[in-house]
Ligand binder design. Sequence first.
Ligand SMILES: NC(=O)c1ccc[n+]([C@@H]2O[C@H](COP(=O)([O-])OP(=O)(O)OC[C@H]3O[C@@H](n4cnc5c(N)ncnc54)[C@H](O)[C@@H]3O)[C@@H](O)[C@H]2O)c1
Length: 280
Amino acid sequence: MAVPAASRTILLTGAAGGLGTLMRELLPRHGYDLRLLDVRPVENAPDAIVADLNDTAALREAVRGVDGVLHLAGISLESTFDKILESNIRGTQRLYEAVREEGAARDGAAPRVVFASSNHAIGYTPRPRVEDGAPLVPVGTLRRPDTFYGLSKSFGEDLAQYYWDAHGVETVSVRIGSCFAEPTDVRMMSVWMSPADGARLFDAALTAEGVGHTVVYGSSANTRVWWDLSSARALGYAPQDDSEVYAEKLLAEFGPLSEDNPAHRHMGGRFINDPPIWPY
Ligand SMILES: NC(=O)c1ccc[n+]([C@@H]2O[C@H](COP(=O)([O-])OP(=O)(O)OC[C@H]3O[C@@H](n4cnc5c(N)ncnc54)[C@H](O)[C@@H]3O)[C@@H](O)[C@H]2O)c1
């Protein structure tokens, strides 16, 4: 069951991060009370829980009594496999264990997690030439991670499916594109999710009924969108922003996407071009 409208205390992990900071401002406007957690202190939030995702006792305490979890914590760029393993893979599994044990839902409802997945779970998927009539990429497309980071998001989606099938923990996995105040390059015009639309999508993901495990793309209603947003819209998500308002400026600065550039040929953008990080 969904997070009830009348009582909306959620645990926000990764509260000190970029997206966490944006959501700390925006989600209360949707009626949420936030319990904050991060491995770093959270600015202007002395009550925030400062704990690592691998601190199982702290996690159990953190999820006790909340109506849902918005799980943003983790390494958000490519890193060594060991670091990704600790924070994103083990850490996320420990969070799900805490949710399974403590409930993260009231009144016998199914626990609810919203998981910050990423477009980098499908980073090696070729960019669809939507302008030439190619179909939008569905959520069921084969996952093709572009980094260990992307692999951890692919794992997180499988973990969410497993915890739904085996333990009845509901999840919406949101494959976030780029959630920043403005798109800063031409690729981002296709994958941009405005912070306001991000809050709308997380709200829909927390409150929709009977989601089981649902995968959605996290983007605004961009004219140049690559992704099929129908599973997000089915949750009640109604995006209101479009990156096209930045097109003139960005195209003048960077020019159009080029097939010569691997970062432009694939979903994952510059993650395709980044040199590998050693040691693995
Ligand atoms: N911002 C985007 O556009 C975007 C796009 C795709 C996916 N995401 C995902 O959304 C989430 C938030 O992204 P962001 O841009 O705010 O990243 P960020 O790096 O700014 O914030 C992540 C936060 O997680 C915390 N954290 C990391 N490891 C932790 C651990 N082991 N225990 C507790 N806290 C830990 C960090 O201290 C940090 O405050 C991430 O999971 C990221 O992968 C974001």
